[in-house]
Write a protein of this length. Structure first.
Lengths: 590, 187
């Protein structure tokens, strides 16, 4: 049955039919008909952000914490361009978004009209796909197709640019049927022969490691369950990228911790020393591999990914398997059982012994202090005091993000929202708002830095309007900490523009936004203060004043290999001359 | 200070980045796409955005009813980069199919050129004789000029153009390569 209605009404109807209950957005001239349609119904709730960039990150937080598509609605011109960072962020981290943008009426396109911009042109490079809707007849198909494209295969952001006359025009709406895209049909089921080959390689392996990534999270909770099952079956160690944390529980006995630039000593050395690497939904990003020509030199590599272009992109693998992680892991576990495969127990025992030896380095140890709060300690205490709860963690970008990844131990998927690929400062607060909208009763904490939080601080106003009890836990060192750390390592400690003079009084800032402000600088008072934050029923800004010049360790310096890590120096107060560790070539890298 | 001990020789690396020195090859890709607005921009943008080369590009609709266009791209790079280009093209939503005709190995590649030559007397006779040898047709003539139309491999067109240069080459326009596989099968 198809009903006649306006383009604007179709958009709201399609959102309902796609099961969208929450839209993040900001009105403007070119989307007024859609806002009018939203006004006249009660199914789709609109969350008014304070800047369109906030809408994009909020939709990301919503999507990542639910597994559903995040939706945002913005006007033409500056409304659309303000979403570009969030769209790029979602593209890099494979987050499903549908972004509906208003556009000037069709007959004005190309005339440099007020608030006109070439939205599809600008967003072509930062979306998985985008559409300019030229006629209301195309609108229902494009709307449903957009949700299909955003959420299937490797997920990503999709923009639908809708001129104002198309929003007014009347047309026939049709409900989503079995969407079969003309050309886009990602492969979900892997080739069984290749799985068989993989399982054989696994049974022969003497020093195996699972290297898992955000693809396991994107594949849905069942993929995480299957990963746990397969790790249990084989007894292989598991490490994960930043984006994949939570797929395998941090309390699991096979867990090595995160790998990569700020990964643990045992995880990186296991990657370097393994004879079989099983990459699942991870993409050999440069933060992971370190120096490419010295990356895991002695191993055979299996790579499971839904995106064929990820395979052999940065690292040449021995067996590439295209398919969805859950399907592949399920097939692997099934074949492992049905073919009666056994891991090489003797070799594996020796491998675990080696790993335990690496663990003895205690690479996450840091110098405790009785006088100042160590940022690592703050995250540890936050974890200890919140671990029994229904908790979602978001972060901004920088040192605090790495400390959150290292010291907050995730047990479940979809609990960890961070900007990995793009590294977007200002992501955490709007993402927390998105996650809190999806999980009103949960404890949502944005572990933030004092610099990052100011990038989207205006969203406090959104939190106030919707009474969202988000907790902003600022590790305040008055520096752009990661910038300062790199300046220490690479530029002779000349801290160009990385010290933040004139920070706001965060307690008063909280009060200005109708939230509760807490400041804590005494380690002895930290637990009480964190408890106060947890027990506060509305939004909180927690100004956690931490050691100013703490560095984030362990670290693989730029241009170095996994077995060339530097660890925190716990004995010598003068510290280590890390600057000397990085060579000229490494300095040119990011 | 002791002299630093010599660094151990790095193991031979199996990784793509270390293969950067490997030979650059020229490949011809055939790409079937939905002929919708912006599709060419997507393809071209992919090449510029990821730093790939385009040596030649041709595009035209080949199925009017279904609005399917065929893009022929000649690109150059090491084999692993070419493989990556194919996969990246396949990721573009309105792309139906990507075939590397250089890998399938049985493709015919042709280009059309129009070559304007100016001259008098003996030069005119020379130009006509050479055109005949290259099976180029005269599509326009004045008392002091010819325009030749010629199809063939890019190499043949290069050669013809070079021969015309001393005779009085004015300008030329070429289409870029169109390519198709031999035999009865579709790409």
């Amino acid at each position: 049955m198809s009903k006649e209605m306006s383009g604007a009404a179709m958009i709201v109807e399609a959102l309902k039919d796609q099961g969208v209950d929450t839209v993040f957005g900001y009105p403007g001239g070119a989307v007024l008909p859609i806002y009018d349609a939203i006004f006249q119904q009660n199914f789709v709730k609109h969350v008014l952000v304070r800047q369109e960039g906030g809408a994009a990150h909020a939709a990301e937080g919503y999507a990542r914490s639910t597994g559903k598509v995040g939706v945002l609605l913005v006007t033409s011109g500056p409304g659309a361009t303000n979403t570009v960072t969030g769209l790029t962020d979602a593209l890099m981290d494979s987050i499903p978004l549908v972004c509906i943008t208003g556009q000037v009426p069709t007959h004005l396109i190309g005339s440099d009209a007020f608030q006109e911009c070439d939205t599809v042109g600008i967003t072509r490079h930062c979306t998985k796909h985008n559409y300019l809707v030229r006629s209301v007849e195309d609108l229902p198909r494009i709307l449903h197709e957009a949700f299909y494209v955003a959420s299937s295969g490797r997920p990503g952001p999709v923009v639908i640019d809708v001129p104002k006359d198309v929003q007014f025009a009347l047309g026939k709406y049709s409900q989503p049927k079995n969407i079969q895209h003309k050309t886009y049909r990602p492969r979900l089921k892997p080739e069984l022969d290749k799985i068989r080959q993989a399982v054989k390689m696994m049974a022969k392996a003497k020093r195996p490691v699972f290297y898992t990534g955000g693809g396991v999270i994107n594949s849905g909770p069942v993929a995480s369950t299957l990963l746990r099952e397969l790790a249990e079956l084989t007894g292989f160690p598991v490490t994960s990228t930043l984006m994949g944390l939570g797929a395998y529980p941090a309390s699991g006995k096979n867990w090595l911790g995160m790998l990569g630039m700020h990964g643990t000593y045992e995880a990186n050395n296991a990657m370097h020393g393994c004879d079989l690497m099983i990459a699942v939904g991870s993409r050999f990003d440069d933060r992971i591999t370190g120096r490419l020509d010295a990356f895991s030199p002695g191993s055979k590599k299996i790579h499971i990914d839904i995106d064929p272009s990820s395979i052999n992109k940065n690292v040449k693998v021995d067996l590439g398997i295209v398919g969805d992680c859950a399907h592949a892991l399920e097939d692997m576990a099934r074949l492992w059982r049905s073919e009666g495969m056994q891991a090489d127990k003797l070799a594996l025992a020796a491998w675990w012994k080696q790993i335990d030896h690496w663990r003895e380095k205690k690479s996450l140890a840091y110098k405790p202090s009785k006088t100042t709060i160590k940022p690592q300690h703050a995250v540890q205490r936050l974890y200890e005091l919140t671990k029994g709860r229904d908790t979602y963690i978001t972060t901004e970008v920088g040192q605090h993000q790495m400390w959150a990844a290292q010291y907050y131990h995730f047990q479940e998927p979809n609990r960890w929202m961070t900007s990995g690929g793009l590294g977007t400062m200002g992501y955490g607060l709007p993402a927390a708002i998105g996650a809190q909208m999806a999980h009103p009763k949960a404890l949502v904490v944005d572990i933030a830095g004092d610099a990052s939080i100011l990038m989207n601080i205006q969203e406090m106003s959104t939190a106030k309007q919707y009474r969202l009890p988000v907790k902003i836990f600022i590790l305040n060192n008055q520096y752009m900490g990661m910038v300062r750390q790199w300046q220490e390592l690479l530029h002779g400690g000349r801290y160009a523009e990385s010290y933040t003079d004139s920070l706001p009084d965060f307690v008063k800032l909280a009060q200005a936004y109708g939230a509760h402000g807490i400041r804590c600088s005494d380690p002895a008072d930290l637990d009480r203060a964190i408890q106060e934050m947890i027990d506060t029923p509305n939004a909180v800004i927690f100004d956690c004043v931490v050691e100013g010049q703490e560095n984030c360790f362990p670290m693989i310096p730029s241009g170095k290999a996994h077995n060339d890590m530097i660890l925190a120096d716990l004995s010598d107060d003068a510290g280590i001359d890390i600057g000397a560790v990085i060579d000229e070539k490494g300095k040119a890298l990011v | 200070m002791n002299a630093p001990s010599p660094a151990p020789a790095p193991p031979p690396s199996p990784y793509s980045s270390a293969l950067g020195k490997s030979n650059s090859e020229s490949h011809t890709l055939s790409v079937l796409v939905d002929n919708e607005p912006g599709v060419l921009a997507r393809v071209v943008g992919l090449f510029s955005g990821r730093g790939y080369n385009i040596e030649s590009l041709t595009v035209a609709e080949v199925a009017h009813g279904e609005h399917v266009s065929r893009i022929t791209i000649v690109t150059a790079g090491p084999p692993e980069a070419i493989e990556q280009i194919s996969h990246q093209l396949e990721r573009i939503v309105p792309v139906h199919k990507v075939t590397d005709l250089t890998v399938t190995g049985r493709a015919i590649e042709r280009e059309l050129a129009m070559v304007k030559v100016r001259g008098k007397g003996e030069n005119r006779a020379d130009a006509l004789r050479l055109a005949d040898a290259f099976r180029a047709r005269v599509v326009d003539a004045t008392v002091e000029s010819f325009i030749f139309e010629l199809t063939g491999s890019p190499k043949k067109i290069d050669e013809f153009v070079e021969l015309m240069r001393p005779i009085g080459l004015v300008e030329f326009s070429r289409t870029g390569i169109a390519a198709i596989t031999r035999g009865p099968e579709m790409m």
